[in-house]
Ligand binder design. Structure first.
Ligand code: PLP
Length: 403
């Protein structure tokens, strides 16, 4: 086979670790192993029927052509109304970018702005894709540790220290993947004060889990508490997580019209527009009956309580509650240095994840993938039975370790 030179931008990134872990679990299962997979980052619910039917209707009625780059008028109106409702801000039509998922919108926002010397501040633990997206676009990720003692949240003094002349973006994600951390209004105000001192710094606020918040808490967006910074805050959201629509691939962002025009220009050369059928379904998601959101939230909350109560019984783990999203990020310091029944020493959280997989057939994500060790992430987007079975297996695997 002739060798095809692959660009350095591809060589410097890695495939998404969650996709890799999920594929490994599927392969083992296909090979006959009994695997409990907790790596999954998507709702286990079906897309609500009213939304699916809107997609089917779009097909039957022939709404199967290209749309504008930033979507159909109906979808733009629905997105604007949603942002007005959630953020209290009236954005214009020239402030919406539409993509094949929030992931594509974030990638395009970085592609539209990041160049060689640009720095992007990424608080850790982070969603696995942020640093690689920055690298793919020739930027430098600047990782700030946000440890469990700081409730996994970006501290204003750490942000202040990380900012240089080259800082272009700070990425905020709340509720956060993998920790579920959310910011209070006063914490956001303190971050906004730092940003006011550095007018060249922009914020990419990934709010994809904003409807999955527990214990009756509500979350505020940075742009709501600091509307004076609105043209420096690009708010990203989408239908994947809230409406169990990961396969439909619709995400969007709102903010500075100059940024949005640049994203739309890239999108016009990249995919023209997201699927017209998915757009029709997204309109129904955003404007139709919203009861499904509350139902799913209640189920996630119940599962969170179940998983935490089970993991907290395992002496080597330190597992605090989560305020949102559908993950639990548990410390596993207690297993580091311990010996497996095969005589191997667990030196890292990656060793631990591999041990869980080999010993008890439980697939989890190791904390290092999210920039913080020693931790591991489990997804609670699965049934009570699976959560119970997985936590029992984790406890059993830990009980077999010796000092
Ligand atoms: N942002 C975060 C924090 C995520 O966890 C994910 C998906 O895992 C995404 C964005 C991507 O969402 P979408 O399906 O809209 O591309």
């Amino acid at each position: 086979m002739t060798s095809l030179p692959i660009a350095s931008r591809v060589k410097r990134i890695k495939p998404s670790p969650s996709s890799v872990a999920s594929a490994r679990a599927k392969d083992l299962r296909a090979a006959g192993r009994n695997i409990v997979d907790l790596t999954i980052g998507e709702p286990d619910f079906r897309t609500p029927d009213n939304i699916s039917l809107a997609g089917i209707k779009a097909i039957v009625e022939g709404n199967t052509r290209y749309t504008s780059v930033n979507g159909t008028p109906a979808l733009r109106a629905a997105i604007l109304a949603k942002f007005k409702d959630r953020l209290g801000i009236t954005y214009g039509e020239n402030q919406i970018a539409l993509g094949g998922g929030a992931k594509q919108i974030i990638f395009l926002a970085l592609m539209a702005t990041v160049e060689n010397a640009s720095e992007v501040v990424v608080p850790a633990p982070y969603w696995v894709s942020y640093p690689d997206m920055v690298l793919a676009n020739d930027g430098t990720p600047v990782i700030i540790d946000c440890p469990a003692e700081a409730a996994f949240k970006l501290q204003p003094s750490d942000l202040e220290k990380a900012i240089t002349d080259r800082t272009l973006w700070v990425i905020l994600n709340a509720p956060g993947n993998p920790t579920g951390a959310i910011y209070t209004e006063s914490e956001l105000n303190a971050l906004a004060d730092v940003l006011r001192r550095h007018p060249h710094v922009h914020v990419l606020s990934d709010e994809i889990y904003d409807e999955i918040v527990f214990d009756g808490k509500t979350i505020k967006s940075l742009v709501t508490v600091a509307p004076d910074l609105a043209d420096r805050i690009f708010v990203v959201n989408g239908v994947s997580k809230t409406y169990a629509m990961t396969g439909w691939r619709i995400g969007y962002g709102v903010g500075n019209p100059v940024l949005v025009a640049a994203i739309n220009k890239l999108q016009s050369q990249m995919s023209s527009c997201p699927s017209s059928i998915s757009q029709a379904a997204a309109v129904e998601a955003l404007t139709g009956d919203q009861q499904a959101i509350a139902n799913m939230r209640a189920v996630y909350e119940h599962r969170r309580d179940l998983a935490i109560s089970l993991l907290q019984n395992v002496p080597q783990l330190s597992c605090k509650t989560s305020d949102g999203a559908f993950y639990i990020f548990s410390g596993c310091k207690g297993v580091i240095g311990q010996r497996t029944p095969q005589g191997n020493v667990i030196e890292t959280d990656q060793d631990f994840a591999l041990y869980l997989l080999n010993e008890e057939g439980v697939a989890v994500m190791h904390g290092g993938a999210y920039g913080m060790s020693p931790f591991f992430r489990i997804s609670i987007a699965t049934s009570d039975e699976v959560i119970r079975e997985a936590c029992e297996r984790i406890a059993k695997a830990c009980s077999k370790l010796t000092p």
